[in-house]
Design a protein around this ligand. Structure first.
Ligand SMILES: [Zn+2]
Ligand SMILES: [Zn+2]
Length: 239
């Protein structure tokens, strides 16, 4: 047998592919195992035409949040509801350095939404930036890893040179809904590279109230971007 193949097999033996949700070894394809796939809340139709949240009633086009609150971004999609399983997986991805989850997440987005996203005609995928201090603490921006992996799969460049996080903000999860919007006011600034784009996708891991997405979209609109689409892994409750 060819040496390269043997080495590959040996590495796989030492470091087998594991499911990013339950950590069990997955034998065939790298990714989320069949059992976890069945348990996770994949978003399906009907979904809110604005934020992409799961809807139970096919008669309505928009969720309560999007009907009662103006969002600055154009529209968006999400892969999962923010429930147990994926919640812990994303936590490990962000805080326990499980960087290899990024490509699995990107694959989940692409396998469901590749055509949908391509129809938007966006010129770039922009990861939601971390403030430089938080980036230094964590060592990587989780949204950038997913944006890069998704960009490769869809043939859309990922660009982290446009949006910058100007202020170090309190983590959103520690705030109530009103404070979330206030906390992010003017948190993002744009660089001159924004002139390259008229349509972009913003990529984030979790969408809760949409405050982060709106703050990014607002900054980008001021820089002359017309359409800002949202792609997130998980979407939680609105308000
Ligand atoms: Zn699993
Ligand atoms: Zn909505």
């Amino acid at each position: 047998m060819h040496r390269g193949i043997l080495l590959k097999r040996f590495v796989k033996f030492l470091y087998p592919d594991v499911c990013p949700v339950c950590s069990d070894v997955v034998a065939d394809q790298p990714g989320i195992c069949t059992m976890c796939r069945e348990k996770l809340k994949y978003i399906h139709n009907p979904r809110c035409l604005k934020c992409g949240k799961q809807m139970s009633d096919g008669e309505k086009e928009y969720c309560y949040d999007c009907l009662t609150h103006h969002h600055s971004y154009t529209k968006g999609i999400a892969v999962w509801g923010y429930t147990d399983g994926i919640k812990q997986s994303i936590y490990r991805f962000k805080y326990q350095n499980c960087r290899c989850f990024a490509d699995i997440y990107a694959q989940e987005i692409a396998s469901r939404y590749a055509e949908h996203i391509k129809r938007w005609g966006a010129q770039a995928i922009l990861p939601v930036p971390l403030h430089s201090k938080r980036l230094a603490d964590r060592g990587f921006n989780q949204a950038k890893l997913v944006a890069d992996a998704l960009g490769k799969r869809l043939g859309i460049p990922s660009d982290d040179t446009v949006l910058i996080r100007d202020r170090s903000t309190v983590p959103q999860k520690e705030l109530d809904d009103k404070q979330r919007f206030k906390n992010l006011e003017n948190a993002f600034i744009i660089t001159e590279n924004v002139v390259r784009y008229k349509k972009v996708i913003i990529l984030d891991d979790i969408y809760t109230t949409g405050a982060t997405m709106d703050a990014c979209a607002k900054a980008l609109h001021e820089g002359g971007v017309h359409e800002v689409y949202s792609v997130v892994l998980c979407i939680g409750r609105g308000f």
